[in-house]
Design a protein around this ligand. Sequence first.
Ligand SMILES: [Zn+2]
Length: 439
Amino acid sequence: MFSITLESCEVKENTEAAMNLVEEINDLVGELGTGSYVSLDEAEQRILEGTHSIRRKLLEMSVNQEASGKEAEPVACPKCDTPSRRWRRRGRQITTRCGIIRVHRWVYCCALGHSHKPWDMRQRLKGKYTHRVAEAMCRLSAHLPFREAAEELSRQGIKVSHTTLHKKVREWSKDLKALAAVAPQTLEKNQRWYVSCDGCHTNSPEGWKETKVSCIYRDYPQLGPNSVASVRTESIRYTANRQDAQHCGKDLYALATNSGIYQEAIDTQEIVFIGDGAAWIWNLAAEYFPNAVEIVDYMHAKSHLYDVAKCAFGETETETIAAWIQEVAPILLDGNIPEVVARIRTLEPQNPEDRDTLEREARYFQKHAKRMRYKAFREKGYQIGSGVIESACHHVVGKRCKHASMRWTEPGLNAILEWRCLLKNKTWNRYWYPETKTA
Ligand SMILES: [Zn+2]
């Protein structure tokens, strides 16, 4: 086939490494080009393994050549700003995407004895990992359980134990401001903002705990033939963590304003807040989005009708329950809440003790009547379902964090959720590679 020879090598220290490299390439080429039969499978594997070692050596050579050079004088001490001088060369190991390399670079020292390593400071290293390795560690951990992520990394030639992965991903999440990474957007004509919250459960060493998920998105209402609007949802952004409602509110507000809400005059923006019946959600809506149109998710309201019917007729009376729902659900969808309440109050429960339950349900509808004007909402083209946030509970949190054996501590869970929101908000590259145009 062909062979490579070494003409010259300018850096003396690299000469030996370069000769090794040439030898290795020639060995690989020689081995594959002997004329004896090598299957595609074998050749593929041999080239992959062989070039991995070559890539590592090339990187090591190139980095050492750069690191052996002199810094532009004067080199100021980062601690006291006085001039520092080249002191000695020291080696360190770095885990790169080409494998583990050893780099010898200069240590500088000032008159006060502070030492520092200018080469290291230029490299965006995360501990002993390169920026790209750290990014891969975080990305895979955001998608996969730590053990699987560690296996996948190992296949890519990056050896990290799952416990290290867990520790590092959590440590690096502290620098991450996922909410600040979102790009602002402006509303186009006929667009409106939606804000929505919900809770879902994740397991902890002490049992199941609520994780709060919020999202904001935009839509274009499109009026259909029956003057009922269908909508196209777009640019959904998420925030999720296991924290109290107060933190959740602050995060949601930051996500909303970073995304563009309230960046123009308030009265030009239409905000729709959708939630279920939970009190914390409506407190949060009142505090942070006081001008929003509030809507109780229609399916959630309808599920209360089922509770009413079961209580009134008995759980086993499925036909009577279905008949009653068929009668009352259209009234609910019409937003005629006084009529819904009246219907509930005419019911006689099987069990006299259930009278309180029925009255509580009647009050639930009364309390949220303003948030259940479904006919008016539909005519305006508002979404009346919380499908977007419910699906977020599954694909932002559940898919990664609700496997059978998982028990999450609060910091561990919040770290992973932060990375996942960065992914889901399509801000991953913007955060990791802000210098690239596609970010
Ligand atoms: Zn100093």
